[in-house]
Design a protein around this ligand. Sequence first.
Ligand SMILES: *[C@@H]1O[C@H](CO)[C@@H](O)[C@H](O)[C@H]1NC(C)=O
Ligand SMILES: *[C@@H]1O[C@H](CO)[C@@H](O)[C@H](O)[C@H]1NC(C)=O
Ligand SMILES: *[C@@H]1O[C@H](CO)[C@@H](O)[C@H](O)[C@H]1NC(C)=O
Ligand SMILES: *[C@@H]1O[C@H](CO)[C@@H](O)[C@H](O)[C@H]1NC(C)=O
Ligand SMILES: *[C@@H]1O[C@H](CO)[C@@H](O)[C@H](O)[C@H]1NC(C)=O
Length: 298
Amino acid sequence: MKGISTLLLTFGLMSMLALVSASTKDGKEPRELASRYLSPHFQTYNDSSVQCGEVLNATSGGISYKAFELIEPNERCVWVIRGGNTDGFRVNVLYLGFSYDPNGTQIVASCLRHYFEAYHEILNQTGPEPHLGICNVLMITFATGPNVKDSTGFVLQYEALGGGVVSPRSTDHLISTGEPGIMKYPETPGQYDDNEFSTFVFEPSNNIYSPGKRINLIYLKGLMESHFDYLRVYTFNSTSTELEKWEYKGVINDDNTETELIFNQDLILIEFHSDRNNPGTGFQIVYTTSGVEGCQVQ
Ligand SMILES: *[C@@H]1O[C@H](CO)[C@@H](O)[C@H](O)[C@H]1NC(C)=O
Ligand SMILES: *[C@@H]1O[C@H](CO)[C@@H](O)[C@H](O)[C@H]1NC(C)=O
Ligand SMILES: *[C@@H]1O[C@H](CO)[C@@H](O)[C@H](O)[C@H]1NC(C)=O
Ligand SMILES: *[C@@H]1O[C@H](CO)[C@@H](O)[C@H](O)[C@H]1NC(C)=O
Ligand SMILES: *[C@@H]1O[C@H](CO)[C@@H](O)[C@H](O)[C@H]1NC(C)=O
């Protein structure tokens, strides 16, 4: 309860600050912004995030990131919204402080689904986003371009629709690759669960993308049920000429893989899927931003 009231207070304070800073910046917008922002409906949500990336488990909530603050170049913020145990979401974008540019700042809602490949919707305008009705987990990626001028961030609300049947032991992880490390899954020795759908997002150091700097992941086989339990790998390529910057790279399973090197110069998403029986003991992922160029992975 304490956490929630602190957040609500933060929102209240931010709204007042917003009035001040917005009115000094631009004469005609503050009233409109403030009325959106002070919506009593928004303040009744269970959970809300104002920081660059977070895992959210409340059944409804919001994200208000730098709504009244200038954004920086090359920011990478990812929110993974679990929303209890759901099979769909409603999302309403209340405010976008930048104009959509396929080569610059953008915000993407990714619909992550147990057993299926993810799909992605670019949130290029305010209002409801109608295509997120069949997702177990919602991932919001906010990526700013190299040139941000005087742009600000965004505000959105979400609501989980419920009805999810994935394992309640499924978990979500945001992992900074600033320092090298090793991630074991499950974290404590033992078996993962049946019907798990867990997510792992590997982020650049300090949530800032540095062109040319690699993120290297080395998958190390543990024990996953052959064929039926597996990982799906996706990478984000902000310089891609495609509108959609998240790219699907394929599956890793124990049938064909002992170790595997995955690398990218930007965000990496790994999903773990397990079926309804025969759980194994999992896998490990080593992450580092250097030092594997000469390394033979076999
Ligand atoms: C807050 O969370 C509880 C328990 O998850 C849920 O029953 C309730 O509907 C939520 N309230 C709102 C406003 O989302
Ligand atoms: C998220 O919420 C669900 C349903 O309320 C609960 O079963 C699950 O343990 C929670 N997960 C985390 C990581 O808190
Ligand atoms: C984005 O960049 C590509 C390649 O540099 C260019 O062809 C395209 O016109 C740019 N699109 C916009 C909307 O600026
Ligand atoms: C946003 O994208 C949709 C679908 O691609 C398109 O119909 C709409 O015109 C776009 N809106 C803006 C403001 O670019
Ligand atoms: C990103 O996309 C660009 C343009 O499509 C391509 O040249 C580049 O190789 C891609 N980068 C990666 C790491 O896949």
